[in-house]
Write a new protein. Structure first.
Length: 339
């Protein structure tokens, strides 16, 4: 990304966030029936209202807190964990994982990306992929302002993995760890042939809103219950993916290839060997390219894309891996801060 583009999309250039979800707020007593806007994040909401007056086209100007999320009171948060969801879905699909993380006294937070879930904007449309990065950094900054001494970890699934990689690469020294579930790192060679890539670029100029097909729900998980939950979720976008969005994904992949060699933070990658949505070769490429000394890739044989929504024997193992790894990194970060 050139200097002019970097300036245009500076993370702190425009203050605004998409639809937010907070699973835990440090040292506050909040229940789903509590008015969170008055009790917990009044300053954040006031800031968004003020910033809305400046004008903004790329993200939501309102906050929607998920009422189904149970918030847990704790004595002292150990770390901040930001979750970046995947394409077409929303952060509410990570409730189960977030609740388990709160059991480790972690402050877990997320938002619906622009054009997703309860956030504003046309579905799965974004002017530049960096908008996702900018919003993520701004959300993290707001939480860090409240808890400046806590280590920060980032967790991303699918497209959220791409967002996590690029977010961490913007400020590599500020994150204590990154966890990726079936991340988008490379385009499948079978799909992204030179002819198809060229055709997509041409179409983006003449028919940017042309649909290239939707995400196949059968490729999400082998768990029929979870697949039915996905297909019946009104906040999940089931329409076609537009040419313009595919181009943004391609741009993100190109940026990731340049960003990976600069990463040195601890990384855990989980991927299913039968993932048809995000090529597992991307995870192998990531492991070979990053400079991290602490990096682990665990492959789940025959598992599909959403490992945290897979068959019980897989999802249980995934949750255990995540909780164990994050617990270790948070403990290590705490020891470092006290030395």
């Amino acid at each position: 990304m050139g200097p002019q583009e970097e300036s245009k999309y500076s993370p702190l250039n425009e203050q605004c966030l998409a639809s937010l979800s907070i699973w835990m707020y440090n040292n506050r007593s909040c229940t789903p029936k509590t008015s969170l806007s008055a009790r917990c994040i009044d300053n954040l909401i006031n800031q968004l209202i003020r910033d809305n007056d400046k004008g903004r086209n790329d993200c939501s100007t309102h906050i929607v807190l998920q009422p189904s999320v149970a918030l847990k009171r704790i004595c002292k948060a150990r770390a901040l964990v930001f979750i970046a969801h995947g394409a077409g879905e929303h952060c509410g699909r990570y409730d189960d994982l977030a609740q388990k993380l709160t059991g480790l006294n972690l402050f877990v937070f997320a938002h619906d990306h622009v054009g997703h879930g309860q956030s504003e904007g046309d579905r799965m449309v974004v002017s530049d992929f960096h908008v996702f990065i900018r919003d993520s950094l701004q959300h993290i900054d707001l939480m860090k302002k409240e808890h400046p001494k806590l280590p920060v970890l980032i967790l991303g699934h699918s497209m959220g993995g791409a967002i996590s990689i690029l977010t961490a690469s913007e400020r590599p020294s500020e994150f204590s760890g990154m966890l990726l579930i079936s991340p988008l790192v490379v385009a499948s060679p079978e799909v992204a042939t030179p002819i198809k890539v060229f055709a997509a670029k041409v179409l983006n100029f003449v028919l940017p809103n042309l649909s290239l097909g939707s995400i196949d729900p059968n490729a999400i998980s082998r768990n029929k219950k979870e697949m039915e939950s996905y297909t019946s979720d009104p906040l999940v976008y089931h329409g076609g993916m537009k040419v313009s969005f595919v181009i943004q994904l391609m741009n993100a992949i190109a940026r990731i290839e340049r960003a990976l060699p600069k990463l040195t933070l601890p990384i855990l990658v989980l991927h299913g060997s039968s993932d048809k949505l995000c090529d597992i070769r991307g995870s192998y490429f990531l492991m070979d390219t990053v400079q991290s000394q602490d990096k682990t890739l665990k492959v789940y044989e025959e598992a599909y894309h959403a490992l945290h929504k897979e068959l019980p024997e897989v999802s249980t193992s995934v949750f255990t891996e995540i909780l164990t790894w994050i617990g270790q990194k948070v403990s290590a970060a705490g020891e470092t801060s006290h030395t």
